[in-house]
Design a protein around this ligand. Structure first.
Ligand code: UD1
Ligand code: CA
Length: 460
């Protein structure tokens, strides 16, 4: 098997997106569209990926980092010109060059694998991936002779009426033998309607030179949808989202309502987990077996164990264990770690805190910068006072402590193992293990106060 290298064209601005962001960096399924193309090329066996950058080159390089090599096309003079820029970079490469566009995020690794396999089986100099479209407007048309042999590709703007009638189009995806590609590129020119150097002309040049030019038709034309506008971005997002959901369902996950469930393509969910409606699961998130997620939840970059229930919550950058119950109306902020069996109830916010096994924060609390042991009970309305206006301080609540309702824990402070805090306390000093901390004014009752003469309130 010969070596495979991918060249991804991504120098264009994407004028119709009307965006300051280069087109290929627009997100779809939770990552920049060009990353989907890179992933598909990777699946097909391309070890090296060379991205041709131009508009917004720096931001593309920053976004993709070391997973690609970069070649700059300073002026966008056409797809052929773009590939020419890679000549030096590919000089020592001996194998097949797969050329892709950065704006076709629906492309699958299977299709590219098939394209490469056929290219090799045919020992072709060039193999083009084509698609048959009901409405081929805008695409280059694939011209074949009576025996089906590919002759050339004609761009929409250069096509004669008889050529426009052809509905087999060029998807802009090809395999080339490196030497054949760069030899042919030397012969292209910009004598066409757009005044551009067309990569597509390479096909005609090779065919004329009796080199073997082959074509593979894509099974599902949807895969090659190129994104040129926000409208197409939304269409592609929908298709990709459905693909992700179907894949999850095939693997044993229940999705109650596909129309209101948004799951990024890189999310992993184990079987027998149920996703309720109006739920977003994004980024590097993993969810174990037997969980109930949603309704109305948003989970980003978090890992969730097994048999955990998350109802009406927003969690980001968190770690949640097994048999945990959270919600409704809970905000779990970054660096929150909930151990197994934890229960977080209504209207609670937890930030940058560790909550130990089977501890409970059932109602109306803010817990920030806290290390909480196991079996702790936090009474309703308890607040960690973690910020003095300049610095954040930590609160420690040790195993089995019981914090009464409406307590302020003024950090830095420790509530010892098995200690109690009286309801309504403002705790500013450490509470030793097993002690009762009381930090509130003592109640006194003034007898007959309501009948005092100076009382202004009008009695019924
Ligand atoms: C191209 C093909 C057309 C095909 C269609 C499929 C040519 C001449 N035409 O047309 O046959 O049907 O794709 O979608 O190749 N790019 C650069 N540098 C440039 C020009 C383009 O990097 O100088 C990049 C763009 O960023 C884009 C890709 O190449 O990712 C395709 O360019 P685009 O202008 O969209 O080509 P089409 O007109 O769609
Ligand atoms: Ca295009």
């Amino acid at each position: 098997m010969s070596d495979l290298l991918a060249v991804i064209l991504a120098a264009g601005k994407g004028t119709r997106m009307k965006s300051a962001l280069p087109k290929v960096l627009h997100n779809i399924g939770g990552k920049p569209m060009v990353e989907h193309v890179m992933a598909a090329a990777h699946m097909a066996g391309a070890k090296r990926k060379v991205v041709v950058v131009g508009f917004g080159a720096e931001s593309v390089e920053t976004a993709l980092g070391a997973q690609a090599e970069y070649v700059v096309q300073a002026e966008q003079l056409g797809t052929g010109h773009a590939v020419m820029q890679t000549a030096a970079c590919l000089q020592d490469f001996d194998g097949t060059v797969m050329v892709l566009c950065g704006d076709t995020p629906l492309l699958t690794g299977q299709t590219l694998t098939k394209l490469f396999a056929e290219h090799q089986a045919q020992q072709a100099s060039a193999t083009v991936l084509t698609a048959c479209m009901a409405d081929p407007t805008g695409y280059g048309r694939v011209m074949r002779d009576h025996s089906g042999q590919v002759l050339k590709i004609v761009e929409q703007k250069d096509a004669a009426p008889s050529e426009l009638a052809v509905n087999e189009v060029n998807t802009g995806i090809y395999c080339f033998e490196r030497t054949a590609l760069f030899d042919a590129l030397r012969s292209i020119n910009c004598n066409n309607m757009q005044g551009e150097y067309y990569l597509t002309d390479v096909i005609g040049i090779l065919a004329k030179d009796q080199a073997k030019v082959w074509a593979v038709q894509v099974d599902n034309a949807e895969e090659t949808l190129g994104i040129n506008s926000r409208m197409q971005l939304a269409e592609a997002e929908k298709i990709l989202r459905k693909r992700t959901l179907v894949n999850l369902m095939d693997n044993g996950v229940t999705i109650m309502d596909m129309d209101s469930t948004f799951i990024d393509s890189q999310v992993c969910i184990e079987p027998d987990t149920v996703i309720y409606p109006f739920t977003w699961i994004e980024g590097a998130t993993t969810i174990g077996r037997g969980c109930e997620i949603g309704p109305s939840s948003r989970i980003q970059n978090s890992s969730i164990g097994e048999n955990t229930i998350l109802h009406f919550i927003y969690a980001h950058d968190c770690q949640i264990g097994n048999h945990v119950t959270v919600g409704p109306y809970v905000h779990l902020r970054p660096s929150t770690v909930l151990a197994d069996g934890v229960k977080i109830g209504n209207f609670v916010e937890v930030k940058n805190s560790n909550v130990g096994e089977c501890s409970k924060i059932p109602h109306l609390s803010y817990i920030g910068d806290t290390d909480m042991g196991a079996g702790v009970n936090i009474g309703s309305g308890t607040i960690t006072v973690n910020y003095d206006g300049k610095k954040k301080h930590r609160t420690i609540v040790e195993d089995g402590a019981f914090v009464g309702c409406n307590t302020n824990l003024v950090a830095p402070v420790t509530v010892g193992k098995g200690a109690y805090v009286a309801a309504g306390s403002t705790i500013t000093k450490n509470v030793p293990s097993e002690a009762l901390g009381v930090g509130r004014a003592r109640q006194s009752n003034i007898e007959g106060w309501a009948n005092k003469e100076n009382l202004v309130c009008v009695k019924p």
